[in-house]
Design a protein around this ligand. Sequence first.
Ligand code: G6P
Length: 346
Amino acid sequence: ADAYKGQYAHYTLKEISEQPSTILSAGNNTKLEIDLASDLIKHARNVYITGSGTSYNAALIAKFLFSKYAKIKIDPLISSEAQFSPDMFEEKSILIAISQSGESADVLEAVDIAKKSGSKIISIVNMMTSSLVHQSSISMGLNCGPEIGVAATKSFTSQLVVLYKMVDKICNGCIELDLVKVSEAIKKILSNDSKIKDVAKKLKDVSDIYVLGRGIHYPIASEGSLKLKELTYIHAEGLPGGELKHGPLALMDSDSYVLIINPNDSTYNDTLTSAREIKARGAKIIGISDKPSDVYDYWIDIPSINESLYPLVEIVPIQLLAYYAAIDKDFDPDYPRNLAKSVTVK
Ligand code: G6P
């Protein structure tokens, strides 16, 4: 197994580093299925989408992509919550189930409930021999190779790519889905990670981190905070910037660290305003952006890209930050305490 890690100290770092190529191969093993699934969704009356953990965060991104570009409403549902709302699946709906392993008990249960209401299951899966594939009418493959690290990294960006491909198919290519550009952007971040390592050192004794993003960047903030929790055991919380004034601002003081996801797009100015409000309370601001600002105590530079594609790029520095912070704290990033790669019991 060690040989498989190759030059890398941990699977997690290897898997983060594979993303320039896994972005390009995502879904390539199931191109026809992507077309078929997109067609079904285009003509469906009700579409739901479900997953657990990281896969649920991908479902939240899907909601944005489908409504903005394909003009289709899809309803995200946390898989473990499905049992409490069995009536939400209307007859003949479609449920998109997202799972790296295809074995999460919670996801399989949500699928079971949806099937009882006569719904069709479309899945996005990495393990193509899994139970979820057997339960689905159509399965689309992530095609990213085995993911060993418990914290999902490359499978997340591959899930997003499959979702982008579906949306792009439905809107007849309205997303300029230039995956080579995304791949190049991720390469740049990976090869220029010294700043990320420096910032990781600052997090050593920090007890709370907030990750802030607006619009489509809010689910990325949630996913980033999940990586920080899993790998560093630091309490981390994703926040939509506009909600600060409705509560979280009360928590901000000179001990707070706030990661600001702020690409140069339509969310930029509002997010910067939030950053200034937090900074005024003495908090340390880590900006993830393609545009520098005096408000950032630390600036993690990301390449500029089409507005629709930032989510695929901006999660990578947060994955790296969580990884390096775990190393600095002497935690095993591949096998975080109390967690399992695939939770097959309820
Ligand atoms: C576990 C893992 C998470 C993962 C979740 C869903 O909780 O620790 O990293 O996101 O399961 O896994 P799945 O295989 O269904 O995507």
